[in-house]
Design a protein around this ligand. Structure first.
Ligand SMILES: Nc1ncnc2c1ncn2[C@@H]1O[C@H](COP(=O)(O)OP(=O)(O)OP(=O)(O)O)[C@@H](O)[C@H]1O
Length: 348
């Protein structure tokens, strides 16, 4: 195990997290609605995992089952060596950070961070040591006497994280903790969370619908699609070798082009090409340009090949295409992705 030189008081044995064929149904009998369809994932000790997917795909449900806030309909969840299916949230040795950080308004920052420990009857001197250490890591030391209303949104979110840290959990669970912050604060807090993970190394599960958050924070990403885990891989792998057309179109902005009728694509196949892997090329496909967006150094060219839309990202600035042009576009041969049109699964 990695030792922690910075804050020995905040570390202890951490844990791997294991999901085995986890299923969730809401309701019973014929009216039951299955929303998680057998998810299995082995998460190593110290790993930072992001669960990403669109609204309603089951991200929060999965996290809440790990936390013990939702019952598991079938399958098994272990934290460390313990199967936790039937343990109460308080017995699971996890700490959760939510989107709405729900601080106690009448308590100081110190008391907010100390509250859980006080309830757990941790001795007062130890509470002080733990809170001071957490405050130091989160740069909250000078704010300990303030009330939540005297803090910025980002500072409040850091207090919420502090409250989780002082508990010294085996696993951190984050449920969209950044979604109430503005873009700049989100970026800053992302960096703080990365720093926190480097310093404490606590196994973490982080839920978001934001692919940028997923790509920048995760050591590995779980991409959820309608209750199914479509891919569990590093950010590079998810981007460079998406396992399904869903992953291909969810990760990356603008999304990967998915073509079924372009020349060279056989029935039953889907050809995937990222917009940055298309170039103007006299030997390429003929594309009618519909609109062009200038992004600064680059342009996004929106066009059509027959009835299919195609997006190209280009830094061509001498003779950039304009709406109404017909241009020829080719893809980099080594950057093609092939999918099965029936299953949507990667086929190369
Ligand atoms: N208590 C419940 N009873 C019945 N169905 C539920 C319940 N909670 C969630 N669901 C359903 O389960 C599915 C997954 O919901 P969940 O909240 O996990 O999605 P999510 O990916 O976290 O979405 P979001 O990003 O919008 O929070 C949805 O179809 C939702 O309607």
């Amino acid at each position: 195990m990695r030792s922690n030189l910075l804050c020995p008081q905040l570390t202890k044995t951490m844990a791997a997290l294991s999901l085995r064929n986890v299923i969730k149904r809401y309701g019973h009998g014929p009216k039951a609605n299955q929303v998680i369809h057998g998810v299995s994932a082995e998460i190593a000790d110290h790993e930072f995992i992001v669960i990403v997917g669109p609204s309603g795909c089951g991200k929060s449900t999965l996290l809440r089952m790990v936390a013990g806030l939702e019952e598991i309909s079938a399958g098994e969840i272990s934290i460390g060596k313990r199967v936790v299916n039937n343990l109460e949230p308080s017995e699971r040795d996890i700490a959760m950070v939510f989107q709405n950080y729900a601080l106690y308004p009448h308590m100081s920052v110190f008391k907010n961070m100390a509250y859980g420990l006080k309830i757990a009857k941790v001795p007062v001197p130890e509470i002080k040591v733990r809170v001071d250490k957490a405050a130091k890591i989160l740069e909250l030391g000078h704010l300990l006497e303030r009330k939540p209303r005297e803090l910025s949104g980002g500072q409040r979110q850091r207090v919420a994280m502090g409250r989780a840290i002082v508990r010294q959990p085996q696993v951190f669970l984050f449920d969209e903790p950044l979604s109430n912050l503005d873009a700049k604060l989100r970026a800053q807090t992302r960096i703080e969370i990365q720093k926190l993970h480097r310093e404490l190394g606590i196994t973490s599960l982080f839920v978001t619908h934001d692919q940028v958050e997923a790509m920048t924070l995760a050591q590995r990403i779980i991409v959820m699609n309608a209750g199914v885990m479509d891919q569990f891989a590093t950010p590079e792998e998810v981007y460079n070798r998406p396992a399904t057309t869903f992953v291909a179109s969810f990760i990356g902005s603008p999304p990967m082009n998915l073509l079924q009728h372009a020349p060279g694509v056989r029935p039953g196949q889907i050809l995937g090409i990222r917009p940055e892997h298309l170039t103007l090329d006299e030997s390429g496909w003929s594309v009618q340009v519909e609109s062009v967006e200038l992004l600064g150094a680059e342009r996004l060219v929106y066009g059509r090949i027959g009835d299919e839309q195609i997006i190209m990202r280009t830094d061509e600035s001498d003779h950039p295409p304009v709406a109404g042009d017909t241009v020829r576009i080719a893809a980099r041969e080594d950057k093609l992705h092939w999918f099965d049109a029936g299953s949507g699964k990667r086929a190369d």
